[in-house]
Design a protein around this ligand. Structure first.
Ligand SMILES: Nc1ncnc2c1ncn2[C@@H]1O[C@H](COP(=O)(O)OP(=O)(O)OP(=O)(O)O)[C@@H](O)[C@H]1O
Length: 255
């Protein structure tokens, strides 16, 4: 049974400056929980703490009921946590299909590297990965590009590929750091559709995103961070109407 992501009482300071102060948030399975807030509010720091790239000064991170506080990022991946990064992260020199197959590596299975290094007897594993990766590309509308070098993908498709790759981990929890950053409206919509679909398949999705239209469309819950403090968590209508949120983040007249 998956219980999603549970963040409890997380605090973090850099050089004596508080960046996160006692943040608690639950990201439930089969739902999209957005984390929004002004630049510098602490969103990426929280994503880094969740995925093990930063250590919290205080607090606890649990994924699917397992306490992962202090565990290395690789161990979190094998516990079912996957994330994307603000900047496009692709494995250059590999094809689109191989990039998706690489995704399965973090889950503790053999993945592409293991499959390539494996003795002939283990080739079945490679075939299984390849088939699963092709199915994911199909679902993301990228099947026609399976065998092209990943560098030749247009930016919008490369952002979709990142989503396909996190799903190759078969994750319980996915943290998406600005998946629609720099995308035109049509591509952002496609990302939104895939994020919704990911959640409906049972994944707990934490979505960090500045594109408010996307956030409002795909989120079940929205958490608002301001100066490292969680201002509120609510559904899109509640958050949109909350005067503190309007003041802290949305600004006059938006959206
Ligand atoms: N490694 C670090 N060392 C020192 N300060 C840091 C470090 N990482 C982040 N900060 C500071 O912590 C604060 C929060 O940054 P963070 O990147 O988490 O904000 P954010 O909400 O993700 O912003 P954005 O929307 O611009 O990405 C900022 O003031 C930033 O300068």
């Amino acid at each position: 049974m998956s219980e999603g992501l549970v963040i409890t009482g997380v605090s973090k300071s850099f050089g004596g400056v508080s960046v996160l102060n006692d943040v608690s948030l639950t990201v439930r399975p089969a739902m999209v929980t957005a984390l929004i807030g002004p630049n510098g509010a602490g969103k990426s720091t929280l994503a880094n703490i969740v995925s093990g790239f930063e250590r919290p000064d205080r607090g606890r991170i649990e994924v699917a009921g397992r306490d992962l506080t202090g565990q290395r990022p690789e161990l979190r991946a094998s516990a079912g946590l996957a994330r994307t990064f603000q900047n496009l992260e692709i494995f250059k020199g590999l094809t689109v299909l191989e990039n998706v197959m690489m995704g399965a590596y973090g889950r503790g299975g053999s993945g592409l590297v293991g499959a390539l290094l494996a003795p002939p007897g283990a080739r079945r594993e490679e075939r299984r990965l390849r088939t699963a990766a092709r199915e994911l590309l199909e679902r993301f509308g990228l099947a026609d590009s399976a065998d092209v070098p990943v560098e030749s993908l247009p930016f919008g498709q490369a952002k979709l590929l990142e989503l396909a790759r996190v799903l190759a981990l078969d994750p319980h929890v996915v943290v998406l750091d600005e998946p629609a950053a720099g995308l035109p409206a049509t591509s952002a919509r496609m990302v939104g559709e895939q994020v919704t679909r990911m959640a409906r398949a049972g994944v707990a999705v934490l979505l960090i995103e500045h594109n408010m239209q996307l956030v409002m469309e795909v989120s079940d819950h929205i958490a608002v961070l301001d100066h490292g403090e969680l201002l509120t968590v609510g559904d899109p209508a509640e958050v949109r109407a909350d005067p503190r949120v309007i003041e802290a983040y949305l600004g006059e007249g938006t959206p």
